[in-house]
Design a protein around this ligand. Structure first.
Ligand code: SF4
Ligand code: SF4
Ligand code: FES
Length: 478
């Protein structure tokens, strides 16, 4: 930690931080566009101008090292005029597009124009008008809105490791464009639109879907893989519209991949809301007694999957099923990526489960793995198999009973003897444990339909029904 002065007041700040972040931490906001904590510093936008005591010229804060004794001025008339000048230059060529721009409401240019801009423009010439282009299979660029902050080019080169974008021509004619003759097709096109501080980069599949101020937001965790990126859910009319990144600097999580970010349709469509029996929709009052009967008569039970469920649901499933006084084996690992986890790229892993680690830490594994359970089931040694939000393993055969708990109507739900509807993670509070063993909480983002149980609540209900039928049997004997 070092001592620095900001506007004459002494603060203790972390010298490893960028000056913009160090100031923000003590409550002093410095406006910026091109600075991003995960990218190199280029000092291109000139929005973060400050005065440094002892330095005659005005300086960029993002480029100023934090060191003992540094004294900066962020609120002088000179700083005010410098920032107004930057805003005026940036807006000279920026269209008055806010009413039709997807970024409106979460645009840094709007925010900075309101907070440090002049409020009027002296620019009277014709603004440039370059046609919008498709530069990725899910990415558009509106050149007129671009402020040449270079974030997108740096993100491509420094984070994704590809050089798809470049800055071409000079001055008034400067334009961000494809550096190769093929469009971008990587897993981070959503992140590109996200880090663009204005509405220049846009994702096609979220274009014009909703105004951002209509969203109800919640703090959540991406369900897409074991990395556990922190997200903010954007829900409108109880439908999931978007996942947006929630930066977690401690874990170095600043971006989302497209696979996780755009995998939201399953929360809105094709949901399983009815109990199923032999491929047909049924009712809880018909299905649950039959499952109870199968538990009572089972010799050995297996519970497979659970890597998509919260740690809390998994703990309840374990606690409740142990009350049944039956031989039960558990296995949370049902895919290759759960047995041999690997990084697919800088962020995403090959394990498409958010809490495999949570299941393993709770003890939901068995030494014979998935194969052991399948072979015991096929040989008739296991006669009741619960599968939690997973597909029916292909190799499965035999005469035992299969119960699938799921959020969606899948082929496996239709093929199983019984299908049980459960809440999606976004419809409940809970936590996932990511690949590093970090337990992260998520909030409720959508309202579940009335009466829909979570997987844990369903197992609790089974325990209560078993107890009740035991009591009824005792009363009947008297
Ligand atoms: S497209 Fe967006 S991120 Fe890229 S330089 Fe322009 S404003 Fe910056
Ligand atoms: S890397 Fe994993 S956790 Fe992060 S956004 Fe992608 S799928 Fe979701
Ligand atoms: S944020 Fe400092 S110059 Fe852009």
């Amino acid at each position: 930690m070092v001592k620095i002065k900001i506007d004459g007041i002494e603060y203790e700040v972390d010298e490893k931080k960028n000056l913009i972040d160090a100031c923000a931490e003590v409550g002093v906001e410095i406006p910026y566009f091109c600075y991003h904590p995960a990218l190199s510093i280029v000092g291109m936008c000139r929005m973060c101008l400050i005065e440094i005591e002892g330095v005659p010229k005005i300086q960029a804060a993002c480029n100023t090292p934090v060191k003992e004794g540094l004294s900066i001025i962020t609120k002088s008339q000179r700083v005010k005029e410098a920032r107004e000048g930057t805003m005026e230059f940036l807006l000279a060529n920026h269209p008055l597009d806010c009413p039709v721009c997807d970024k409106a409401g979460e645009c840094d240019l709007q925010d900075n124009a309101f907070s440090v801009g002049k409020g009027f423009s002296r620019f009277e010439l014709e603004k440039r008008n370059i046609p919008q282009e498709e530069i990725g299979n899910n990415l558009l660029i509106n050149h007129n809105r671009c402020i040449i902050c270079y974030r997108c080019v740096r993100f491509e080169e420094e984070i994704v490791g590809e050089s798809n974008l470049g800055l071409f021509q000079r001055g008034y004619h400067s334009i961000i464009g494809l550096a190769k003759d093929k469009p971008i097709d990587h897993n981070y096109q959503g992140a590109l639109a996200d880090i663009c501080p204005v509405g220049a980069l846009l994702n096609k599949n979220t274009l014009f879907k909703s105004r951002v101020w209509y969203y109800k937001t919640a703090k959540s965790i991406c369900h897409g893989c074991s990395t556990g990126c922190n997200i903010e859910t954007n829900v409108r009319d109880n439908k999931m519209y978007r996942y947006m990144v929630r930066e977690n600097r401690e874990q170095g999580l600043y971006f989302l991949c497209d696979k996780g970010r755009f995998d939201i349709d399953w929360l809105n469509e094709n949901r399983l809301f009815a109990y199923y029996e032999n491929g047909e929709a049924s009712e809880s009052t018909l299905v649950i007694p039959k499952i109870i009967n199968k538990i009572q008569t089972a010799n050995k039970i297996a519970i497979l999957g659970g890597g998509h469920e919260s740690n809390e649901n998994l703990a309840t499933i374990l606690n409740e099923s142990r009350k049944w006084k039956k031989e039960i084996i558990y296995e949370v690992r049902v895919t290759e990526g759960q047995y041999n986890p690997k990084q697919v790229d800088f962020l995403m892993t090959n394990d498409p489960h958010p809490t495999t680690r949570g299941g393993i830490e709770l003890g939901m594994t068995n030494p014979n793995n998935l194969e052991g359970i399948i072979s015991e089931f096929n040989l008739g040694k296991i006669d009741l198999l619960f599968i939690i939000k997973e597909d029916l393993p292909q190799e499965i055969s035999g005469n035992g009973t299969v119960v699938i708990l799921h959020t969606n109507i899948t082929d496996s739900v239709k093929k199983a003897h019984f299908g049980v509807p459960i809440k999606a993670f976004a419809e409940q509070f809970g936590s996932f444990t990511n690949k590093k063993g970090i337990k992260q909480q998520f909030e409720i983002a959508m309202n579940p339909i009335l009466g829909l149980p979570s997987s844990g609540e369903f197992f609790r209900r089974l325990s209560l029904e078993l107890l009740r039928s035991k009591k009824e049997a005792l009363v009947g004997k008297r």
